[in-house]
Design a protein around this ligand. Structure first.
Ligand SMILES: Nc1ncnc2c1ncn2[C@@H]1O[C@H](COP(=O)(O)OP(=O)(O)OP(=O)(O)O)[C@@H](O)[C@H]1O
Length: 298
């Protein structure tokens, strides 16, 4: 698998504040990656560093397996890290023609890229008449003009209404299907869950999780149990291989699982130890619960 970007122990300090703290991850070709974290967790700073607009305090990164300098790599990257900004009185086509001129690239792809972002019908309208969603879509078209190998987006749906959000997400997925690798920063778990295959979760500049979105979701839940004799039940639970942790609460015990369990077998095993359960049920944790747990308690 071709590596598009490798970040190694990247850190950025702002007068004592660790905005990004020893972050490492790899972006492989063809996947959609999300950098997920609450406001101020270091997402934009991380993107700024790999796009050569923020100087790292320490650590390094390498584009395209080191086959090109970080400066030349930028020609193979499409990035939108600021609010879309075009000339208000110029049309979409005129603005994109200007982008081609500035970047010294061919104008041949303008129509094709406007089609990708569903703006062909409005291609001759002035930018000032566009909705926020359309402005964002034009920015995506602009970033695609040089057929980049990777598209980088910082909070691509910020400020959009639900329809606008849906449209941008559909477009991102279409672009990914056509083979372009995508890296997007978002504070929205739902966005990352819907759009990304892989996620790097940041909190206060530190990586809390890095891996497949599916695997982050892969958990076996929590079993809730209770019995008249809690001491016996606690002893029993402590020895069970499926129990990551056993916590006593008002309503009984909560056991976090590390594997799937059969509640019938748990009941039978407890009964065999003379423990008669008066409560036994399982609750699966949602991805949202896990994200909140990750970002709050680490
Ligand atoms: N130029 C700067 N000077 C000083 N501190 C900065 C600067 N840029 C960012 N920071 C701080 O670094 C931390 C990380 O900011 P960053 O913008 O990377 O986070 P973020 O996850 O992208 O958040 P948001 O979604 O709010 O933009 C924050 O505490 C921020 O205040």
């Amino acid at each position: 698998m071709k590596t598009i970007l490798e970040i190694k122990n990247l850190s950025k300090n702002y007068s004592g504040l660790k905005a990004v703290d020893n972050v490492s991850f790899k972006i492989e070709k063809g996947h959609v990656y999300g950098i997920l974290g609450p406001n101020g967790s270091g997402k934009s700073t991380t993107l700024g560093m790999v796009l050569n607009v923020v100087n790292p305090t320490s650590g390094s990164y390498e584009w395209f397996e080191g086959t090109t300098s970080n400066h030349d790599a930028l020609k193979r990257i499409g990035a939108i890290i600021e609010r879309p900004n075009f000339y208000p009185s110029m049309t979409a086509v005129q603005n994109l023609e200007l982008v081609c001129k500035i970047k010294n690239i061919s104008k041949d792809k303008i129509e094709e890229k406007l089609a990708v972002v569903d703006l062909l019908a409005r291609k001759h309208s002035p930018f000032s008449t566009y909705s926020l969603g359309m402005k964002q879509r034009l920015a995506i078209a602009s970033a695609l003009l040089n057929d980049p190998e990777i598209l980088i987006l910082d909070e691509p749906t910020n400020g959009l209404d639900p329809q606008g959000i849906r449209k941008i997400r559909d477009i991102i997925q279409d672009i990914a299907k056509s083979g372009t690798t995508i890296l997007l920063a978002s504070h929205l778990l739902d966005e990352v869950e819907k759009v990304c295959s892989h996620v790097i979760v940041l909190r206060q500049g530190k990586t809390l999780y890095c891996g497949a979105v599916d695997e982050m979701n892969h958990n076996y839940g929590v079993v809730h149990l209770d019995a008249a004799n809690r001491d016996d039940l606690f002893e029993f639970l402590k020895g069970q291989p499926y129990a990551v942790s056993v916590k006593e609460e008002m309503e009984g015990f909560k056991v976090v699982l590390n594997q799937p369990v059969d509640l019938g077998k748990i009941n039978a095993a407890a009964f065999a130890q003379n423990i008669s359960l008066n409560k036994l049920y399982i609750k699966k944790q949602s991805l949202e619960d896990q994200f909140i747990q990750l970002t709050n308690h680490n």
